[in-house]
Write a protein that binds this ligand. Sequence first.
Ligand code: RNT
Ligand code: ZN
Length: 412
Amino acid sequence: MSTYDSAKAQFADWGIDTEAALERLKTIPISMHCWQGDDVVGFEKRTGTSGGGIQATGNYPGRARNPDELRADLEFAYSMIPGSHRLNLHAMYLDTDETPDRDEIEYAHFAPWVDWAKAQGIGLDFNPTFFAHEKADDNLTLSHPDKAIRDFWIEHGKRTREIAARMGEELGSACINNIWVPDGYKDVPVDRMAARKRLQAALDEMLAPAHDRALLLDAVESKLFGIGVEACTVGSHEFYMGYAIRKGTLLCLDMGHFHPTENIADKLSACALSLDEILLHVSRPMRWDSDHVILLNDDIQGMANELVSGEMLGRTHIGLDFFDATISRTAAWAIGTRNMQKALLRALLLPLERLRKAEESLDFSIRFMLTEEFKDLPFGAVWAEFCARAEVPAGTALIDRLDAYQASVSGR
Ligand code: RNT
Ligand code: ZN
C-alpha cells in the first residue's frame, strides 16, 4: 500500500474523503503578490522615495531588477506551487520605456503583464500605488488638505480602476483593484473628522465611474498603525468597514493591520454577514505589521478553518502580503504560498460534521478530544500526493530546486 493509500484509509476511518479535499483544494486560487520579488521597489524610472512605512529589510542577493527578471522568478515560483493561481500587481510595476507619472498611467504600460498572464493561464489582480512618491511624502494622499494633491491621487486611482477592468476583460476573470492609502498622523491630530471626510469624498470620486463587476472588483484595505502614523490612521478598520458596507465594495482584511493580539480569523464571519465578498491579505505580523513570510502556524490554520467551516471560500479572495529580503525571495513565495494551501488542505480534512455536532450539543469535551487527537493524522502524506499529482516537488526535492534557482540568480 502506498503512503497516500494508507493515509486515505486512516482519514476514511474518520469519515473523511481525502479525494474530495484534494479536488476542492485544486479549485482555490491564491493571488501571489509581485512585491515579494523585488522588496517593494517597483519599476518606475523615476527616483522614488520609500515612504508610507513600507520597507523590506535585508539585502539578500537575487532581487529582480526589471519586469523580465520578476516574471522569470514568478514562473519558477509558480512551478513549485501546486494548482493554478493569480498574480497581484501594483501600479508601480509598469513595464514600459515611457515615464508616466502616477496620474498618467495607462493600460498600455501594463499590456506586457497581461500578455504574459495569458500565456501562463493565470488571472491578475491590481493595486493603485499610493506610496513611494513625493506627493505621498507627508503620509497623506487621498486625505491631504491640499486639493491638488488629492486630485492627483484620485486620478491615479481612477486610472488603476480602468486598467484593472481591462485586465479583467482580457483575461476573462474579474480583477480586484485594492485601495490602500498610508494616510495618517505621527502625533495626535486635532481634527480626525476632517481628515476622514476628505478621504471619504476622495474615495467617492475615485469610485464614481461605474465598471462591470464581472471585470473589476473594488476593495478597500484598512490599517491600525504604522511607522510615521502611530497616532492615527485615517483609513481605520471602522472607517472602511462602514464604507465597504455602504458602497458595496470588498473589504480587505490584512492580517497584520490590527492590534497584534487580535484574532483576524474571528473577524471573517463577523464581517461576512454584512459584506458580499472579502479580500484577505494573508500576512504574519511579528509584534507589529512586519509582513513576515507566513508560516504554517495557528493564525494561518485558524483562518483556513474559518473559511471552510463558515463556507466562505466562494466569496473570499485569498491574497498574500509579505516581504522578506533576508531570505531567498523565490523560496519565500513558494513556501509561503504552499503554507496557505497546506492550511486549507488541513481545514478541508477536518471532521467538521462531528465537531459541529459536539459543539451544538455543548459537548466541549468531545470537541476538545477530536481537535487534538485529529492532529496526529497523516496530513503530510495527503499534501505530498497533491504535489505529486501536480508534478510539483516536495521535501528534499523541493529544497534542492529552490536552492538551485536561488544560486542561479544570486549574481544579479
Ligand atoms: C500596507 C498594506 C498594503 C501593502 C501592499 C504593498 O500596509 O498592507 O497592502 O502591503 O499594497
Ligand atoms: Zn496589505
